[in-house]
Design a protein around this ligand. Structure first.
Ligand code: NAD
Length: 494
């Protein structure tokens, strides 16, 4: 079995404790991907010291040159796309077509970052005083601690690391303990592309130790976290106490709305992909289907037939539609919601069990599950399950659909299927989410647009697109007075 290492202070090193954890394939838990470091605060301390040395070099490197490194990163990821997709499917479980998409998102993010190196604009602004110049520019901040979840093993680390690096920061990456292999290859690629070694540090290990150490470290001024709202609350409290710059991307309870006038065949493809793609383990997964009464029964019948036909299996095998859940605890959590649905009077239409059959015995598989008769305000309507469970809610009209969509604490993405342009534009204004799709599923974000949610999904920042560059840089304002006299703003000119 391969033993993997941390990347700290420019070297691949063992953890200070000498302890490791096993990373297993969720489609077959007998298949151990490797042993990964169980690091501690001492490892994080070393990484932070080294990252500041890296920052001293990198922050002085011109932004276009930093962009050139990221362009090479994109090229290398493209060259290794198939290999990366295969190893990602092995450690995370989602089918190959999805892990290829995950790598492609990293490639897109790299090329976008490369161009941003020539576009880190500031402003030149007229001064209110004579013979005085006023301007802003974007300045690197320092060392960024990046804490990432398991469901996008490559894309999410790249969403954070590439803009952070382009802006001239050094990065310490703490990937989810379920997907450390992909993160290891990402660091290899960054180094091969010419990133100075101390600019990137990789510290594997548990969230409560390594993640917490990064969050609490006084010399890590920037923290970017993606994960559950529960963990994000802990991270938020700690960072708030220490006045850190913090980006939180957290849970979701996303809905697809289908109105009576919708193209039902199109809406069907959308909900199947949104609810059961990535085994429902996307922050943007469709976990609620809000259907207008006139098409409810017909649409549910269409959906039931197709959901039953989805093929579960190892994501590396051709023909697999749905892979396993990430680990045993996740499957237990999903299973517990079957009892919750029954208690609250929902009707189980299909699924609701661990999946059985040849090839599924040693993985964490769960049948695609659909409940109907779910009511707004019930636990199935409110709580993030993070698995292949879809709750169907019947509504009378678009107004009620919008109210149900908005009646949860989360606010990541929403989707509306209709042919009525007026209703579509109203939805874009009234649905309380960071992202709204019209005639497309709740999943499908593109790397060059801002990504994030409102309410308890986030804390106001965005990943992706142009907005994330503001998070990873400080605005510096410079005034140059060439009048040769003391000019007092707001006094001498009035
Ligand atoms: P998680 O919260 O369990 O873990 C996320 C990361 O936080 C991991 O690296 C983990 O090790 C670390 N961590 C755990 N405890 C910590 C602590 N006390 N201090 C610091 N770090 C700690 O989430 P997960 O199960 O890996 O991912 C699933 C969750 O992520 C879902 O809720 C999903 O909605 C959310 N998610 C959100 C987005 C988004 O952009 N909004 C994207 C993907 C996933």
């Amino acid at each position: 079995m391969t033993t993997f290492r941390n990347f700290i202070a420019g070297e691949w090193v063992a953890p200070s404790t000498g302890e490791y954890f096993d990373n297993v394939n969720p489609a077959d838990a007998r298949d151990v991907v490797g042993r990964f470091p169980k690091s501690t605060r001492a490892d994080v301390d070393r990484a932070v010291e080294s990252a500041w040395r890296g920052f001293a070099v990198w922050s002085r490197t011109p932004a276009p040159a930093r962009g050139d490194v990221l362009r090479r990163v994109g090229d290398l990821l493209a060259a290794r796309k198939e290999e990366l997709a295969a190893l990602m499917t092995r450690e995370m479980g989602k089918p190959l077509q999805e892990t290829r998409g995950d790598v492609q998102e990293g490639i897109d993010t790299a090329y976008y970052a490369a161009t941003e190196g020539r576009r880190l604009f500031g402003h030149v602004v007229p001064s209110e005083l004579r013979n005085k110049w006023a301007m802003t520019y974007r300045r690197p901040i320092g060392v960024c601690g990046l804490i990432t979840p398991f469901n996008f093993p490559l894309a999410i680390p790249t969403w954070k690391a590439f803009p952070a690096l382009l802006c001239g920061n050094a990065v310490i990456l703490k990937p989810a303990e379920d997907v450390p292999h992909t993160a290891t290859v990402l660091v290899e690629v960054l180094l091969e592309a010419g990133l100075p070694p101390e600019v990137i540090q990789l510290v594997h290990g548990m969230g409560e130790t390594v993640g917490a150490a990064l969050v609490e470290h006084p010399r890590v001024p920037v923290v970017s976290f993606t994960g559950s709202t529960e963990t994000g609350s802990i991270v938020g409290q700690e960072c708030g106490r220490r006045h850190k710059r913090l980006s939180l991307e957290m849970g979701g309870k996303n809905a697809q709305i289908v109105l009576d006038d919708a193209d039902l065949d199109l809406a069907l493809e959308g909900v199947l992909w949104g609810a059961f793609g990535t085994t429902g383990q996307r922050c943007t997964a469709t976990s609620r289907l809000i259907v207008q009464a006139g098409v409810h029964d017909r649409f549910v019948a269409m959906l039931e037939a197709r959901a039953k036909a989805l093929r579960l299996g190892d994501g590396r095998q051709a023909g697999t539609d749905v892979g396993p859940l990430i680990h045993a605890a996740s499957r237990e959590k999903v299973e517990s919601y079957v009892g919750v649905g029954a208690e609250q009077g929902a009707e189980l239409v299909t699924g609701g069990r661990r999946a059985e059959g040849a090839g599924l015995e040693h993985g964490f598989f769960f049948e695609p599950t659909i409940f109907t008769g779910v009511t707004g305000g019930s636990r199935l309507d409110q709580e993030e399950i993070f698995g292949p469970v879809l709750s169907v809610i019947r509504v009378a009209d678009a107004d009620e659909a919008f109210r149900v969509n908005n009646g949860v604490k989360y606010g990541l993405s929403s989707s509306l299927y209709t042919r009525d342009l007026n209703v579509a534009f109203r939805a874009m204004q009234e649905l309380d989410n960071g992202i709204t799709y019209v005639n497309a599923p709740t999943i499908g974000a593109e790397a060059h647009l801002p990504f994030g949610g409102v309410k308890e999904t986030g804390n106001g920042h965005r990943e992706g697109g142009w907005e994330v560059y503001e998070f990873y840089s400080e605005t510096k304002v410079c005034y140059v007075d060439y009048s040769g006299t003391l000019q007092r703003a707001q006094i001498d000119n009035y």
